[in-house]
Design a protein around this ligand. Structure first.
Ligand code: GLU
Length: 514
């Protein structure tokens, strides 16, 4: 315990929120893998810290050891790294107010629990789980909300001493005030008033000596000198218990803001593992760019103005403040996220796009990469040209192999009838392809513009519409009806491959037409 911990930097007036250098934290429990909802809350904390020149901490609330999921801590840290959101203090980087795992801070919680008991703000509860269960059932049958009946709150000192002597196990409970009101000053929602008569004497320390969320969270936010607590709406009912605990310890509470929920794309349910949420790192594997995710998440509950959606890191940090965080739930919208991803893919330089897309293309076919028949490693210069042609249409990097495979495979496979455009027949198509082959053979060079000029002349000579001939050529050289611009595609594919494919189309169609 450092002595400076007793002088928190906090300002409890919500209106001073963005004027002080904010120390914020993200405090996940490693009981699962964080998704966009959790990271959105973390992002707001990170942005507030960056905007005010403060610090952002990561604290692992791992006291519910039975529910700890292996790999969850590593994944959350990896997620921040991938998103490019630096952690100033936390498990890997360390810092002056560590340790940053609550399981490593147990002595602190025990000491403060003792202090609370001594001050009369908390008490030992010896009730067995069976008794608690019975009390709850009785309350339920009377139609009352289930809560502790305060049986042990008024035990005599002798009784307590005797039970301790016997070695009876106990929990420590908060002695909540039973009358009056507790006011939570929420920076987004204003005053939230709780009737103390409705509060429970919540457990602060479990019988195994581990703290509950309420105790550990309050102690750590104070000792870690957190000035602004941003957390999910679901924690609002806990807030009065925290205020009471801060008061009991003689500490000033931090500014608290309960940020709006992120709902699943449909219905009224919160985004969650069961309702549409993917662990964040899945987005990386699915070819999303980290800043697309950050930019998208920033707008889940916060807005800059009605127009500005695309925001760089600098713009976002400069613009973010709590005043523009709303309280209405935000809705997860996959199409909007895809739009952002496509936008940021289009902003990549050819080198960046190649570097980012190559791993997706080179992975095994079964994992979504190019067909295994395509030799790896790919030629970066050729791949860069190919990707550049597809960049406009690409929404995720994971689409790159599927979109570009015809640039890499030896043999195309398509239905011969795809070669025949609308309002065309096999004979005229065959003639068009043969004449195209001859015209292209006669060309001196292999530039897109030159090919296009010559083939447009041919279209006129044949009395066709461009689409009637170019559809056939497109299918011949790409095996698809949708592709990047035809002549650039042929230029990139190169003369030998393009000519071979046109020749093959002629042969296939001739065989098919007979
Ligand atoms: N461990 C809590 C959680 O998992 C922290 C809530 C808070 O930020 O106070 O969400």
């Amino acid at each position: 315990m450092s002595s400076s911990a007793d002088a928190p930097l906090s300002a409890s007036d919500p209106h001073t929120t963005t004027r002080t250098a904010a120390r914020t934290r993200f405090a996940p429990s490693p009981t699962g893998f964080q998704h966009i909802g959790g990271y959105r809350t973390a992002l707001f904390s990170w942005l507030l810290a960056r905007h005010t020149g403060g610090q952002f901490l990561l604290r692992i609330e791992d006291t519910d050891t039975a529910r700890t999921v292996p790999g969850a801590v590593e994944a959350v840290i990896e997620g921040f790294k991938w998103l490019g959101l630096e952690i100033d203090e936390g498990p890997e980087v360390g810092g002056p107010v560590g340790p940053y795992f609550q399981t490593q801070r147990r002595d602190l919680y025990l000491a403060y629990a003792e202090q609370l008991i001594e001050g009369g703000h908390a008490y030992r509860c010896f009730c067995s789980p069976e008794r608690l269960q019975r009390v709850r059932e009785e309350q339920r049958s009377r139609g009352e909300p289930p809560r502790y009946d305060r049986h042990c709150r008024y035990l005599s000192p002798e009784d307590i001493a005797a039970r301790l002597n016997e070695g009876q196990g106990y929990t420590v409970r908060l002695a909540s005030p039973t009358a009056g009101k507790t006011v939570v000053n929420d920076a987004l929602r204003g005053q939230i008033v709780f009737e103390n008569a409705s509060l429970d004497d919540a457990v602060l320390l479990k019988s195994n000596g581990f703290p509950t969320y309420h105790l550990a969270n309050v102690i750590d936010d104070h000792l870690m000198r957190i000035t602004h607590v941003l957390r999910a709406e679901e924690w609002i009912p806990s807030a009065p218990l925290h205020i009471i605990t801060y008061q009991a310890l003689g500490w000033e509470p931090p500014v608290v803001a309960h940020v709006p929920d992120v709902l699943a794309s449909q219905g009224g349910k919160k985004l969650s593992k069961r309702f549409g949420a993917l662990p964040l790192l899945e987005y990386r594997d699915r070819g999303y760019l980290p800043w697309a995710i950050v930019n998208y998440m920033a707008l889940l509950g916060w807005s800059y103005d009605d127009k500005s959606n695309v925001l760089s890191r600098e713009q976002l940090v400069a613009a973010f403040d709590l005043e523009r965080v709303g309280v209405a739930p935000a809705r997860y919208d996959e199409d909007r996220l895809l739009w952002f991803n496509g936008y940021y893919i289009r902003q990549l330089s050819p080198e960046e796009l190649t570097e980012q897309a190559l791993p997706f293309m080179q992975r095994a076919e079964a994992e979504g990469g190019l067909p295994d028949s395509v030799a790896r490693p790919l030629d970066p210069a050729y791949t860069a040209r190919v990707l550049h042609l597809e960049q406009e249409r690409m929404k995720t990097l994971a689409e790159a192999p599927g979109m570009t495979s015809f640039f890499f495979v030896d043999e195309l496979s398509y239905e011969p009838r795809m070669l025949i455009a609308k309002n065309m027949d096999a004979a005229r198509t065959l003639d068009g392809l043969r004449r195209s082959h001859d015209a292209l053979t006669a060309l001196a060079g292999w530039e897109a513009a030159e090919m296009e000029a010559r083939l447009r002349e041919l279209v006129a000579e044949l009395g066709l519409k461009p689409v009637q001939l170019f559809t056939s050529l497109r299918v011949a050289v790409t095996g698809r009806t949708v592709s990047p611009p035809l002549f650039e595609t042929m230029e990139t594919l190169g003369r030998p491959t393009s000519m071979r494919r046109i020749q093959q189309a002629i042969e296939t169609l001739a065989a098919h037409a007979e």
